[in-house]
Ligand binder design. Structure first.
Ligand SMILES: [Zn+2]
Length: 274
């Protein structure tokens, strides 16, 4: 099966989750053969605990049973733990990226053959262990930021997310809606051609302040910021095509700028978040 905690990306589960073993044990699969592999971080995070110097010790209990291990804390508060490692490549306090090598599978601690013991916990505590099976190749809950948006001209065009193009790229737009997930509050506003910036919008609904824009008025500038999450966005205008991405606006401050050339009608937008 696909498995994002091993460098090769393929694993076989040798012992599943049960009340007496709240983890997944796995070996790597390379060229259809069971083998060892480098262990990589499941998700971006910070190393909060490691153990090194352990040898194989069958029958050991408690923390010693893990042998050499790494525990990483993620932005949603969850932790992942990787045990029985042969070598550990990271230090406590170190920031790691998803897919970064953190150690090599091994046979240290209470282990009967080289394998990775992979745990997911809702906090750092042992008592918060949950079934890791759904996450072996999937994101942890509430961790991936999403930006969803649509534009329109008298009616709405298709809703898109995370960098896709909204708008038909030919027709000027007169309305805009944006929302985010796992990125806190959203703030956005539109500039009307030949006129002014409209009031800031912070939601997405059908009321008059649930979107930015005025019916039948061309939008020629947009500004967006989110409470968490870094947004970058660009617009396409009838006159100039795609303009450069703008990004990094402080949540309290629009004065860094906006996307658009005032006077040029916008026909499409793209918004990314990370
Ligand atoms: Zn295990």
């Amino acid at each position: 099966m696909k498995c994002r905690v091993l460098e090769c990306g393929e694993c076989s589960i040798t012992q599943g989750y049960k009340s007496s073993h709240k983890a997944n044990d796995m070996v790597a699969i390379k060229s259809k053969k069971k083998t060892i592999d480098n262990v990589v971080a499941h998700t971006d995070g910070k190393v909060i605990a490691i153990a090194t110097g352990h040898k194989n010790k069958k029958g050991s209990t408690g923390i010693d049973s893990y042998g050499n291990y790494v525990q990483i804390q993620h932005s949603n508060g969850y932790t992942t733990l990787y045990a029985h490692l042969d070598s550990v490549y990271v230090k406590v306090g170190q920031t790691v990226k998803k897919g970064q090598k953190i150690g090599v599978m091994g046979n240290t601690g209470n282990s009967y053959g080289a394998h990775l013991h992979f745990e997911v916990r809702k906090t750092s505590a042992y008592s918060s262990l949950i079934d890791p099976t759904p996450y072996i190749n999937s994101n942890l809950p509430n961790i991936e930021k999403t930006v969803t948006y649509r534009v329109g001209n008298g009616h709405w065009y298709a809703t898109v997310s995370n960098g896709a193009i909204a708008g038909n790229q030919k027709t000027r737009i007169d309305r805009l809606q944006i929302k985010t997930k796992n990125a806190g509050k959203i703030y956005y506003k539109a500039h009307i051609k030949g006129n002014k910036w409209l009031p800031e919008v912070t939601k997405w609904d059908d009321t008059s302040n649930g979107y930015a824009g005025i019916y039948n008025n061309s939008i020629d500038g947009i500004a967006i910021k989110s409470e968490k999450g870094k947004l970058s966005y660009r617009v396409k205008t009838k006159k100039s095509g795609w303009l450069p991405y703008v990004s990094g606006y402080n949540v309290n401050d629009y004065k860094n700028g906006y996307a658009g050339n005032l006077g040029e009608e916008i026909t499409a937008i793209q918004i990314k978040i990370n």
